[in-house]
Design a protein around this ligand. Structure first.
Ligand SMILES: [Zn+2]
Length: 195
């Protein structure tokens, strides 16, 4: 059976057996948290368990690297909606050790794209149109620095109120241990050294 049908078959059984009932909640985060985390597959269950979160406890935004690439992009907009419309009172940025976004090479990605049928012309056209693919596809060199930068981007955003603490953390993808990089209750105080 293909992936979609496997998924749909599971879904029919899930709904029929009313397994959803244990997850009933509402759209407001019970713990008042909005979390920006990495999309890493190892964190699917580990991150909420390690943070003590159950369904309904937090607004969870995920992308590659727990990054904000643009102050007016969809991640920042999601955080703003979480704060003003959905009663998020604190924000956590949670990146992780051994992240695929550490030191990724835009040239490698573009070479893979070409192997998969994206023409050199297309890439040249995008560059000619002013799209800076090398910056856009770049990850980060140091996860702690990246978390600090992301926290600063949120904290300094003109539409984020000053009374919203913004915390920065790094989670270990096998143990779930959290390191605090920025404690949002202090004045951007550094709790853990860069590693
Ligand atoms: Zn990652």
């Amino acid at each position: 059976m293909d992936r979609l049908n496997t998924l749909l078959e599971h879904n029919r059984a899930f709904v029929e057996s009313r397994e959803y009932e244990q997850y009933k909640t509402d759209k407001f985060p019970g713990k008042g948290l909005a979390i920006l985390a990495c999309m890493d597959a190892r964190l699917v269950e580990l991150l909420p368990k390690a943070m003590g979160l159950k369904n309904g406890d937090a607004k969870l935004i995920k992308n590659a690297g727990a990054l904000i690439t643009h102050p007016w992009g969809s991640v920042m907009r999601s955080l703003i909606v979480a704060v003003y419309e959905l009663r998020a009172e604190e924000i956590c940025v949670v990146a992780h050790r051994d992240c695929g976004m550490r030191a990724i090479d835009p040239n490698t990605i573009l070479a893979s794209a070409q192997e998969r049928g994206i023409s050199e012309d297309t890439i040249a056209t995008l560059r000619a149109a002013g799209i800076d693919l090398d910056t856009w596809l770049k990850g980060f060199d140091n996860v702690s620095d990246s978390v600090r930068h992301t926290v600063q981007t949120i904290r300094n955003h003109p539409l984020i109120p000053k009374d919203v603490p913004v915390h920065g953390m790094v989670i270990h993808p096998s143990t779930g241990r959290l390191e605090v990089i920025v404690n949002g209750y202090g004045d951007a105080e550094e709790v853990a050294p860069a590693a």
